[in-house]
Design a protein around this ligand. Structure first.
Ligand SMILES: *Cc1c(COP(=O)(O)O)cnc(C)c1O
Length: 434
């Protein structure tokens, strides 16, 4: 499989290039050159396979001929090493829980798959690979965990000091070894700016072999297709054979793009629903045809606080950049914070099912859109515990009372784990680690 840039489609790249560059040289995103169709035999029978077996078959065309079968097999076994259950919440509404991975959010799968591919491709290199990431919270934990002890790779995670939750800080800082976490005296934007400066620093790049584990990396997106095969497999095993309506709480629109790729490969899906919070660029685009990004609005579903979703061009490309085609497959709904709170409360009360704010936006959009004779799946993107500050006031006895607690202890932080928001300091840290 070759990878092409969305901006300059006649230029093609290897998988290795696409993974190490992250963005194409013209600044646009990489896409697979074509979306291969799975055999009708596989489409009819994949529910009889295990999760890693499904992952192997679906991902294989995207990595041949650069990754041998036995390596891909090992990578998917390490990536899909936890359960992804489907829970019936009410008649016709199922939650696919993507949060049973090590950092309790769906980004674990992407981070693990990417880390192992990078590790594999970097084997022959004499130089270490330096992975730089800025995080506002969730991504940092998934990257720290996913890259922990991957040979030949050093990871630098920058997070804004005092602006992530204690549990997020625990997830970012506790792995140690090849994971170097720094609390930056500044905002998330400062962290991002520092990373960008490092990538623009040609002198540094000559000395240090660097890449990013940013969510736009195609290596994080591809394995997320497997979630949607899993939803259909588990529905079939429960006797539901109709193609489901699939709902994805969306921010950067990477997860729903993966679902749409799976559909293009042959996965039966009736239609898609993208739930957003107040950051409603895509719902407005669907209504007016005008793509009008705005500054990010802060909400209680903060992992979806994206004013200009970076995967939108990929998603649109799947439908030949044709709004009418996209409309046939997708509806997109924006949900307010107040609606999210009410939904968490009422579903917990009536069904005894607890959802984090992101998942609740998906549940509500599906509930609003689904028809009587349809089967709906909404993906549950994070463990409710990660958003205790939102959930505690909404339910009797809070998370504790509901039995959703996780024990953790912050590691002791020394002075070297804190840095100023100036580039010189980051640069010297990187040089020392390389
Ligand atoms: C990242 C994230 C999302 C949004 O996913 P996208 O692929 O960016 O659309 C939704 N929920 C949670 C909990 C997340 O961490």
């Amino acid at each position: 499989m070759k990878y092409v840039s969305l901006g300059t489609p006649d230029q093609s790249f290897s998988l290795k290039d696409a993974l190490f560059k992250g963005l194409a040289p013209d600044g646009t995103l990489f896409m697979p050159e074509n979306i291969p169709a799975l055999s009708s035999d596989f489409i009819s029978n994949f529910h009889t396979l295990s999760l890693p077996q499904i992952a192997f078959e679906v991902l294989k065309p995207y990595v041949t001929a650069e990754v041998p079968d036995d390596v891909l097999k090992r990578i998917v076994e390490e990536t899909f090493s936890f359960e992804i259950p489907l829970v019936k919440v009410e008649n016709g509404m199922f939650a696919l829980e993507l949060y049973h991975g090590p950092t309790q959010a769906f980004k674990d799968v992407g981070a693990r798959f990417l880390s192992r591919l990078l590790g594999y491709f970097n084997q022959g290199e004499s130089r270490k690979l330096m992975v730089l990431t800025a995080t506002s919270g969730d991504t940092g934990g998934a990257v720290a965990n996913g890259f922990h002890r991957v040979k030949g790779i050093e990871v630098v995670v920058l997070y804004p000091d005092g602006k992530v939750s204690p549990y997020q800080e625990y997830q970012i800082t506790s792995p140690g070894d090849n994971i170097h976490a720094y609390a930056v005296k500044g905002s998330f934007d400062d962290c991002q700016r520092l990373v960008k400066e490092a990538f623009k620093d040609n002198e540094l790049r000559e000395k240090v072999y660097m890449t990013s584990a940013n969510s736009i990396n195609i290596g994080r997106l591809l394995p997320q297709m497997i979630y949607y095969f899993q939803s259909v497999a588990l529905l079939r095993r429960q006797g539901f054979t109709e193609a489901p309506v699939v709902t994805v709480p969306s921010g950067n629109f990477g997860n729903i793009t993966a679902a749409m790729l799976a559909h293009k490969m042959g996965l039966p899906v009736k239609r898609f629903i993208a739930a957003t919070n107040a950051n409603d660029v895509v719902p407005r685009f669907m209504a007016s045809g005008a793509y009008d990004p705005h500054l990010t609005i802060a909400t209680i579903a903060n992992a979806m606080d994206v004013g200009d979703p970076s995967n939108f061009p990929r998603m649109f490309r799947i439908y030949n950049n044709n709004l009418e085609l996209l409309k046939k497959q997708l509806v997109s709904q924006s949900v307010t914070d107040e609606e999210i709170r009410t939904t968490i409360k009422s579903v917990y009360k009536s069904r005894h099912y607890l959802m984090d704010p992101h998942t609740a936006s998906g549940y509500l959009a599906l509930k609003n859109e689904i028809k009587n004779d349809e089967t709906g799946v909404f993906v549950s993107t994070a463990h409710p515990f990660k958003f205790g500050d939102v959930i505690d006031p909404l339910i009797d006895g809070g998370l504790n009372g509901a039995g959703y607690t996780i024990e953790f202890e912050l590691p002791v932080r020394d002075a070297s784990a804190v840095m100023n928001a100036g580039y010189r300091e980051l640069r010297s840290k990187i040089e020392r680690l390389a």
